[in-house]
Design a protein around this ligand. Sequence first.
Ligand code: SAM
Length: 258
Amino acid sequence: MPTLYIVATPIGNLEDISMRALRILGEVDFILCEDTRVTAKLLSHYSVKTPTISYHQHSSEKKQARILNLLKDGNSLALVSDAGTPGISDPGGKLVQAVIEKFNASVRVESVPGPSAVTAALSISGIPTDKYVFMGFPPHKKGRQTFIERITDSIYPVVVYESKHRIIKFLEELKDLNKKIIKKNQAIDDSVEVRHGASKKKKELKLQKRTPVTSVVVCRELSKMHETVYRGGLDHITEQIKNNQDDQKGEFVVIVGK
Ligand code: SAM
């Protein structure tokens, strides 16, 4: 049966790829790549000679139809992104959905699990992560403030991807909102203090309080030469990264703890 394999690839260290992933990349008819030049490095490192086809978030409907036809004609395909697990803040979801809708059970969709920056970061965070919320990238402009408010509203730790261009901006914005929450909580406490008696009203007021961010973990360049993990209070970590240009380079995962 033709199969679309969703194959996880390393997020930095080229050794972080499973034996099954390498076998499947070598066996399929074509590899669909977010960027064929990026994947070429991985394939050449492991001497995989399978032909590649570019497939990314801006690929046209026509391109998708061509890919679906390859499956219809009996070809098996592997989908990879530049790094990590396809579909996790990466192209993939739309194709998987289209394959399921078009072929029902006549084409298999199989996962080839492996690295993902979200799970790598959580695993070393030291924050209790039996429950967490993954929110991906904050929007650049429209909706950014709401996005950050949703992080502070969460009762579970929140994982966010952020680029080097906006990491300081993100931490500063989170810090500002957190300060407002602490100030508002204090105002609520003060007003509860002066209300003697009316206990129902007091309860209502207390319910308006939001839990401030207590700690953050910023993971930079996971599994790469300059892997660095910053753990601590939001203000302290923001200052630390802000004060050192080198700490602002590379790729980042931020875990906001409650
Ligand atoms: N699909 C990928 C995954 O499974 O993790 C994520 C792709 S997303 C386009 C890229 C973002 O993931 C980066 O901007 C960064 O936030 C995070 N990321 C990827 N590799 C990383 C690494 N080695 N260290 C820290 N963050 C990383």
